[in-house]
Design a protein around this ligand. Structure first.
Ligand code: ADP
Ligand code: MG
Length: 596
């Protein structure tokens, strides 16, 4: 049975559910659908984007309260009267309110890193909960009753069965949209967040924007869930929108499989059914009542997290042969337009008297360096000399303490890394920064981020397929160019470290750079692979690219570079053609430790 058959069977089961299942289970499935929608947002936010939120229940509350208030208040202010005239217009209002609230909360919390972000979400999760309970016009802690039933095309959705189809249509629709988003340029930018902002920004991704996108989308899903809930229950009070439920939503996403859209359904089902069964069975087993089910539930959650760190979905997916529709070919597409190449000999990069201090440590001390189009400039020096720091200053990862960096004659020091990438500088990292669970193809496609234009709206509807095909074809072309065609569809993390460095070169090339910064690209390569790399770099130089290379392997550098600069203790101690530098007594002393 292939994945498509499994999906068809599941959909058929869902379609027949109300006809074959007892009423009680239809109700449970309604709740699973409502929870699944919130958990899906968390899959995107937490599982894919790496941003943990405990506060999703509050957004469910925003959706529920907006519609409850608008559809039950008799004398709405004139400006709101239209939104109150139909639950569907109230949904639109809810989505607007949620987007605005999420944007505001996101603006203040998404900047927080590490454990401060989850703490921030707890803070506003609690605040919104108490806000619902304390606002008089929202009915205080008793809430709002008399929320009208939904009707669709004049047909009233009065019972559980009708709602069942609406809820599951919403959830499946959201799964489809989310799947589309993840399989797009915007989706790769979101997935790149997990590789750290330094990598993503260096590839041209506006990480603050990508974080906001997933944050708002997750909040909108929660809002839809709240809207459905309000019209299903026909009343709202603050209880279901508190922190404890927020934690449960997070459980669902993590247990189900935090990085997989279907994990949301698995997690919501598991948590909902388990709680229900424990509530029914435990009193029989233990012969007493009490909140034992919460304790057993907690223990089971810990057990699952122990046994399946990536959640249950990956385990379930393994039961289905031939993967989950993985890509095995890249169709040809019209090539992307290219940047105008700089004429050979143009000064591309010019760093003048750059200083970088880390506290008392001067990692770069009045370093000056130039790289021209069509040359390979090597930067060598012992470990800790300050080479990688120099790379980071030049590529916008850090700002120099003083000094100037110019690219094609324009000041770039102080610019964000993505703005520098946009001007045509591509880089790799000494410590490989790939997304190990993503394919080599997708990793390299991240490098082409700035060569696409289509945004989130096009991505969720898959209206950007033509551009996407061109981006993937470009990524494939670069992978072939660096000689890794046979690994194109492999997970990047499965490659040997040396090969992963080459993937990084392909990713940098996918941005169509004029200047390439390579931080120890030959480390971990075997002799023949080094030869192939040197051949590639010569070819790139021949095409007019400027290359700044940090390398330890002297033979590799000396046979390849046009010019060499030598660093020691943050300073440049020599510069010249390889022969000059090789025979410089100072360099022999410093770099080779005085050994001839
Ligand atoms: P290289 O790449 O030549 O081996 P680096 O540029 O990585 O050297 O490091 C130069 C010096 O700066 C080292 O002493 C290193 O410990 C220090 N250094 C690098 N990055 C930082 C940082 N973010 N904070 C503090 N010290 C740093
Ligand atoms: Mg280094």
């Amino acid at each position: 049975m292939g994945p498509r058959v499994v999906l068809a069977v599941f959909l058929a089961f869902l379609a027949l559910g109300p006809a074959i299942l007892p009423e009680f289970y239809v109700t449970l499935l309604n709740y699973i659908g409502l929870y699944g929608l919130v958990a899906l947002g968390l899959v995107l936010l937490t599982g894919v984007g790496g941003l943990t939120s405990f506060g999703q229940a509050a957004f469910v509350g925003v959706g529920a309260y907006t519609t409850a208030y608008l559809t039950t208040t008799q004398d709405l202010p004139a400006a709101l009267a239209l939104f109150g005239s139909s639950p569907w217009l109230a949904l639109a209002a809810g989505l607007l309110v949620t987007a605005a609230v999420a944007w505001l909360l996101g603006a203040v919390t998404l900047r927080l890193s590490g454990h401060y972000l989850p703490l921030g979400t707890i803070a506003w999760g609690i605040s919104l909960y108490f806000l619902f309970g304390n606002l008089g016009f929202l009915g205080g802690y008793t809430g709002i009753t008399g929320v009208p039933a939904l009707s669709l095309f004049g047909f009233e959705l009065a019972d559980t069965h009708h709602f069942y189809y609406l809820i599951w249509a919403a959830l499946l629709g959201a799964i489809w949209l989310t799947g589309n988003l993840l399989d797009s340029r915007e989706g790769r930018a979101i997935r790149a967040l997990k590789g750290g902002t330094i990598m993503a920004e260096s590839m041209g991704v506006d990480t603050a924007r990508s974080k906001m996108v997933v944050f708002v989308i997750a909040a909108l899903y929660a809002c839809v869930s709240g809207w459905l809930y309000a019209h299903l229950q026909r009343f709202v009070n603050p209880t279901p929108f508190g922190l404890q439920i927020g934690i449960e939503y997070l459980f669902m996403a993590v247990i189900g499989g935090a990085a997989h859209v279907w994990g949301a359904v698995v997690g919501a089902s598991l948590v909902t059914l388990l709680k229900q069964w424990l509530q029914d069975w435990l009193p029989e087993v233990l012969g007493t009542t009490g909140n034992f089910e919460i304790i057993v539930f907690g223990l089971l959650m810990i057990f699952v997290l122990h046994r399946a760190r990536d959640g249950l979905w990956p385990l379930l997916a393994k039961l289905v042969p031939e993967g989950a529709g993985e890509r095995t070919a890249v169709p040809a597409a019209e090539p992307l337009s290219r940047r105008a190449p700089a004429p050979a000999g143009t000064v591309l990069l010019e760093a003048v008297d750059v200083v970088k201090e880390f506290g008392g440590l001067v990692a770069n001390d009045r370093m000056s360096i130039t790289v021209k189009a069509g040359e390979i400039m090597a930067l060598i020096g012992p470990n800790g000399a300050g080479k990688s720091t120099m790379f980071n200053l030049v590529s916008g990862v850090t700002e120099p303490t003083s000094g100037e960096v110019r690219y094609c004659g324009e000041r770039i020091d102080g610019l964000e890394a993505r703005r520098i990438a946009q001007r045509g500088m591509g880089r790799t990292f000494q410590h490989v920064r790939l997304l190990p669970a993503m394919s080599v193809l997708e990793n390299v496609a991240i490098g082409a981020h700035l060569r696409g234009r289509r945004g989130v709206a096009a991505a969720v509807l898959h209206a950007e397929r033509a551009e996407e095909a061109r981006l993937l074809a470009e990524a494939a072309r670069q992978i072939e160019r660096v000689g890794l065609a046979e690994h194109m569809f492999a997970q990047a993390g499965s490659l040997a470290l040396g090969k992963q460095r080459i993937v990084e070169i392909a990713r940098a090339l996918a941005g169509d750079p004029n200047l390439l910064l390579l931080d120890e690209p030959a480390a971990g390569l075997r002799y023949l692979e080094k030869q192939a790399l040197a051949e590639l770099l010569r070819k790139l130089r021949g095409e007019g690219m400027g290359i700044l290379l940090v390398e330890h392997d002297m033979d590799f550098v000396m046979g390849l570079a046009d010019r060499v600069a030598v660093m020691e203790f943050g300073q440049k101690i020599a510069e010249g053609v390889p022969e000059e530098v090789q025979n410089d007594p100072g360099v022999i002393e410093a770099y080779l430790g005085g050994v001839d």
